[in-house]
Design a protein around this ligand. Sequence first.
Ligand SMILES: [Fe+2]
Length: 238
Amino acid sequence: MIFRQLVDSRSGALGYLLGDPIGQEAVVIDAAHGLADEYRRLLHHHGLALRYLAETHLHADHLSAAPALREATGARLVAGEGGGWACSDLALRHGDLLHFGEETLEVLHVPGHTPCSVAFRWRDRVFTGDSLLPGALGCPEGPGGDAGTLCASARNVLLGLPGEILVFPGRLRNGRRVTTIAEERETNPDLAAGVQCAQAVRRRCGQATAAQESDVMINNRQCAADRSGLDRLRPPEA
Ligand SMILES: [Fe+2]
């Protein structure tokens, strides 16, 4: 397998390239706009055709590279159903499977950070976007973001995964870029026994919980990100 974690130094957002060297196909999760060229370079270097641009949610803090990479590669932009990504090619539901090469990505619906938030499980790891971060839950974002719903998703879906599963989040938190389900079960203060999770999230997030849709969110929703400077990289027709 091919696996890369890329950090957008401007926003702290983390994105991922997952590749199957046998089937020569790849998925990119949560690509930040500033890293589009690096994803193109990696795809070319490994001889991978990009099959899916998978988004965990409608991002409020950074523009996505997905619209530009879709145009450059012909990959399908996929995101959780619920109206987040108006420009997506496919609305994902809980339990959907995304195939690339001989690999499979499983969709987990985890609303709360945003209404359409999803996580993606692949092999021994799960990509949680901003829902579950190392040592905290993400702050609800935009219309429909809700701390109580987020807590329920974390407890009922994500913490129910096997403890040894690696958790790759959608952003750096205190410099950390990976954790495990077992560690979050045992040490995440928002999810500790006896803690009112929703209250803890609201108290910690405070002003960071924006109920309004930001310009970045609107741009992402409409796939209106600046697409200049990208060369064509469309894979040959199958
Ligand atoms: Fe977010």
